[in-house]
Each structure stands twice: as structure tokens, then as C-alpha cells.
Design a binder for this molecule. Structure first.
Ligand code: C2O
Ligand code: CU
Ligand code: CU
Length: 532
């Protein structure tokens, strides 16, 4: 099994290597300067179903969390080796692809020296299969998660969620991609209404901070929020494990599943020529109507699926995906240099402009994709939940995020405390109680000076409004994570189904905030793991 996967990774990079060599000769005279220095984008390896049959409605995978996996980090300024924590000793984050309706059996083996879990981020599963901190897996122990995928095609992911160690374990390299497909997404691919196959590429964006080079090795540097209230920010932005990689594209449309799985960084993605691109999906699945934009802001843990059109580009053209400069706090452009922490070495504050990756147009090709304009109204994903029908309409549940100086939260040290509704996380307390099968409206308020990506487990949600302004554009998509700006208030709506039973988390997805206590439990139904 493992050998197979390694072979797959190598063959993909070999292929890319050959393509590079093949086209490189023709135009290396004028454009070589910057280009030749970037490495080619790693395509993330797709795991194979252990029962060997992709279409039997059952899928089995084993994920082993390993320490000290040697990973080569390629950058435009050379490469180095970094020991990371990875699943299955694979140098790259792994991808699981499954179909709606599949019965999943997911074996997890913990080879770390600390408790861990696998949390299925964005999944509608019973709480006991959700991989929260209340079901820790001890070192050298295993656990099998079992659930049926019953939700629309979507770009989901998985990561450890142990008590107070989530930030560190994700940072060290433990995270993976989980793509759900369904009849709607497959039909759109078959009828060429969305790009697919080699033109459907997952891009995992993560920032990291590395120690200085020693003997070809740079280690990951991890610090907790004691030292940086903004969370763990790095100065090297990696896409599928490389800094500023390049991808050779043809003159056609491509679909990119853009994941911000950074610990604390937000991005404002756009292209360096300002071109429009199309958002076709959000955290929880496809948009009923694709939306044209020039940029999209993604908080930590948010995802979008975008379609980028290279059909008007000329051979030899290059295009950069960038993150634009933006103000992340309510002190104007404070984070663009004036932040009191910005002198910390290896820390690039939120809002700093950065080049993400490059696309080189190297092949002429006729584009056969005619992007869909609207999904069928019958499609579950197209439906809007009606706020007036919510079970708690009129007495909406409220989640207020605040940061306070002093009293140090759980990490002590007199730093910031990070709380929701005035409370820091308590592993033995359930904070909110929700009836089974109910539809609820939640108000999420940010009463703090920085943006927080609020995340809730259990289901996918819809945004009703932001500061009273009805949702529009990509905000009409299903989501599990919501970037809430300083002093902003958003209302979301979600429908808990019979499968939702037990205790789930809600928290800020700046993982250092979450580990410091900006998290709580909500119970759906009458029983849970905590206190009974
Ligand atoms: Cu992605 Cu509770 O987490
Ligand atoms: Cu989650
Ligand atoms: Cu936060």
C-alpha cells in the first residue's frame, strides 16, 4: 500500500519534470530569469481505497500520524530539508476522494508522543466520530472512525484536534484533504461544465517559519500565542509544500480547490494582472450560481473552488496568484508594518502582500469547458434555509468573540485571553444545548480588534447577513468557517439532522486562539460525552 503511494508521487513529479524539460528549451532565452528558479507545484497524492474497489459504496483508509518525516522544501532560493509530522510517512499532505453515500472506515494510528485525533472538518457525522478532543487517541493506540458520507460534493479536510495541541500538530504538518463527489459534480464534469481531471488541482496554502539553515536542514519553529496574540504566523508561504511553485498550464480553464489551512494567516487572493476569476464553490459545496470576482479573502480553514480562464493568454505568458495587502485589524493598516510584533523574526503579519504561486502558459489547447451558470433548483445544495422557519427565530443564539489583556487565559503568562461569550474552553462543560433535528440561527459577533475565523462542527451552514446586509455572491454558499471582521456581526443558519447527536465544538480557527480557550462545546440532542 505504502509503496504504491510513493511510486505515484514520484511518477507525477517525473512527468512534470519532463514537461518542463520539453518546453524549457524553446523559450529559455528571454524568460528564464525568475522562472527557472521556482520549482514545479507538487500535485498532492490521492490515496487508494484499501478494499481496492472505488465503486462499491465502501471505502477504507488508514492514516498513521508519524513524526520526523524528512520533507524537502523547495523555494525560489534553493531547497532544504525539514523534519515534519506527516500521515503515512508521506512527504506531502494526502488526499482522500470519496462519493456521497460511501460508507467510510477510517483507521487512525497515533505514532506521536502525544494524544491526537483526526477531526473531519466540515463533515456531517455523529459527535463520537468527529475526532474532537473528548475522544483522544493515546500514543501507539488506534481508533477507527466510521460514518456514511451524506452531504454534497465539497472540498473538506481533516486534521488533529487534541486538547491544547491542535495548533502544534497541524503546524508540524498533520492535515489532509478530503474531497466528496456526488452525482451533481460528476455530471457537471462529464458534460464539461466544470474543469476536471488534470485541470482540477488542489492548492493547500500554509505559512511556516523555519530555523536558520544548518547542514541543509531548517526546522519548523513553533511558538504559542503567549508570544504572539495573532497566532502562529510564518514568513514562508507554502503551496502544496513548496514556496512560490509554478504550474505549466494550457490555454484553457482550470479548477483550483484553494484551501487556506494556515494556523493563523488570512489571505486576500487575486491575480497579479487583476483578472476576474469565478468562484464555483465554498467550504460546503458548489454554488448555485458561480460568481465572478477579482479577489477573495480566505480566513484560516476556509476554502473556495475557483475556475481560472487562461484561454486568452499567449504562450510564454506568466501569471501570479498573489495575496494582496489588506488591513486585518481595526487600527487601519496597522498590520502592514506598525504591528507591535512585526519585528519578530520570521513573522509576516496578516495583511502583508505575498506572491503565492506562478502559472506559466506553455501549451495551446482548445477549451472544451463551458462553465455552468446555474444548478438545478431541486439540487439540495441550491436550497436556501428560511430564517423565519428556524426553531429559535426571535431568540437567536449568540456567540461573542473577545480578547482581553491580562489574566492570561489557559496558557498563563499574563498574555491575552481569548474567549467566546466571556468563557474560556472547559473540557468538562457543555456551553450550548440544541434540540435534535432543529434549525437554528446563530449570531456571531466579533468584539475584538482583529479578525477571527469562527468555525462550527456538525453541519454546513449558510450566511443570512453581515451587519444586517443580506448575503450575496460567494456568501450564498454553504460554509463551516466564517471570517468575522473586527466589530462585525454575522448571522448564520443551519439545520441539525438526526445523525447529529452529541457534543461538538465551535471555535476560532486561528489554532492558537482555539488552543488558548477560544472554543466551546455545543450539545445536539439530549446526550453527549461530557457529564453523562
Ligand atoms: Cu478544523 Cu474544530 O476544526
Ligand atoms: Cu472542524
Ligand atoms: Cu481568533
Amino acid at each position: 500500500m505504502k509503496e504504491k503511494k510513493v511510486v505515484k508521487v514520484i511518477s507525477v513529479s517525473l512527468l512534470i519534470g519532463l514537461v518542463l524539460v520539453g518546453c524549457g528549451d524553446t523559450n529559455n532565452l528571454n524568460t528564464k530569469s525568475n522562472k527557472s528558479k521556482s520549482s514545479s507545484l507538487h500535485i498532492l497524492p490521492i490515496m487508494s481505497d484499501e478494499d481496492g474497489n472505488l465503486n462499491d459504496g465502501k471505502a477504507t483508509y488508514t492514516l498513521t500520524a508519524n513524526k520526523n518525516v524528512d520533507v524537502i522544501i523547495d523555494t525560489p532560493n534553493g531547497s532544504w530539508k525539514t523534519p515534519m509530522w506527516r500521515y503515512n510517512n508521506n512527504p506531502l499532505p494526502l488526499v482522500i476522494k470519496a462519493s456521497r453515500g460511501d460508507k467510510m472506515t477510517l483507521n487512525f494510528k497515533n505514532k506521536l508522543e502525544a494524544d491526537s485525533t483526526i477531526h473531519w472538518h466540515g463533515f456531517k457525522v455523529p459527535a463520537k466520530e468527529d475526532g474532537g478532543p473528548d475522544f483522544p487517541v493515546k500514543p501507539n493506540e488506534s481508533k477507527t472512525y466510521k460514518f456514511i458520507l451524506d452531504q454534497p460534493a465539497s472540498p473538506l479536510w481533516f486534521h488533529p484536534h487534541p486538547d491544547m495541541q491542535t495548533g502544534k500538530q497541524v503546524y508540524m504538518g498533520l492535515a489532509g484533504v478530503f474531497i466528496i463527489e456526488d452525482n451533481i459534480s460528476k455530471e457537471l464534469e462529464r458534460t464539461k461544465q466544470i474543469p476536471s481531471g488534470e485541470k482540477d488541482i488542489t492548492l493547500l496554502v500554509q505559512d511556516r517559519r523555519f530555523s536558520t539553515l544548518n547542514d541543509g536542514v531548517r526546522k519548523l519553529q513553533y511558538m504559542t500565542q503567549d508570544m504572539d496574540s495573532d497566532g502562529m504566523l510564518g514568513d514562508v508561504v507554502l503551496v502544496n509544500g513548496s514556496q512560490f511553485p509554478n504550474l505549466n498550464v494550457s490555454t484553457t480553464q482550470y479548477r483550483f480547490r484553494l484551501y487556506n489551512v494556515s494556523n493563523a494567516k488570512n489571505y486576500d487572493f487575486s491575480f497579479d494582472d487583476g483578472r476576474e476569476f469565478t468562484i464555483i464553490g465554498t467550504d460546503g459545496g458548489l454554488l448555485k450560481n458561480p460568481v465572478k470576482v477579482e479577489h477573495i479573502e480566505l480566513g484560516a480553514a476556509e476554502r473556495v473552488e475557483i475556475v481560472v480562464d487562461f484561454s486568452n493568454d499567449v504562450m510564454g505568458d506568466s501569471l501570479k496568484l498573489i495575496s494582496r495587502a489588506f488591513a486585518d485589524d481595526n487600527m487601519g493598516m496597522g498590520n502592514m508594518g506598525g504591528n507591535n510584533n512585526s519585528s519578530m523574526e520570521g513573522r509576516s503579519p496578516n495583511g502583508t502582500a505575498v506572491d503565492i504561486m506562478q502559472f506559466d502558459v506553455t501549451q495551446k489547447e482548445k477549451d472544451e469547458v463551458k462553465l455552468y451558470e446555474t444548478l438545478s433548483v431541486e439540487a439540495e445544495i441550491s436550497k436556501r434555509l428560511e430564517p423565519s422557519l428556524a426553531d429559535n427565530a426571535g431568540s437567536e443564539r449568540e456567540f461573542v468573540m473577545t480578547m482581553k489583556m491580562g489574566n492570561g487565559g489557559m496558557n498563563g503568562g499574563g498574555g491575552m485571553s481569548f474567549v467566546i461569550n466571556g468563557k474560556a474552553f472547559d473540557a468538562n462543560r457543555v456551553d450550548e444545548f440544541i434540540k435534535s433535528n432543529s434549525t437554528e440561527i446563530w449570531t456571531i459577533k466579533n468584539n475584538s480588534p482583529m479578525a477571527h475565523p469562527f468555525h462550527a462542527h456538525a453541519i454546513q451552514y449558510q450566511i443570512i447577513d453581515r451587519d444586517g446586509v443580506p448575503a450575496s455572491g460567494a456568501d450564498l454558499g454553504w460554509k463551516d468557517t466564517f471570517l468575522v471582521k473586527p466589530q462585525e456581526s454575522i448571522r448564520i443558519i443551519g439545520k441539525f439532522e438526526s445523525i447529529n447527536q452529541g457534543d461538538y465544538m465551535y471555535h476560532c480557527h486561528i489554532l492558537e486562539h482555539e488552543d488558548a480557550g477560544m472554543m466551546g462545546y455545543f450539545r445536539v440532542g439530549s446526550t453527549g460525552h461530557i457529564g453523562n
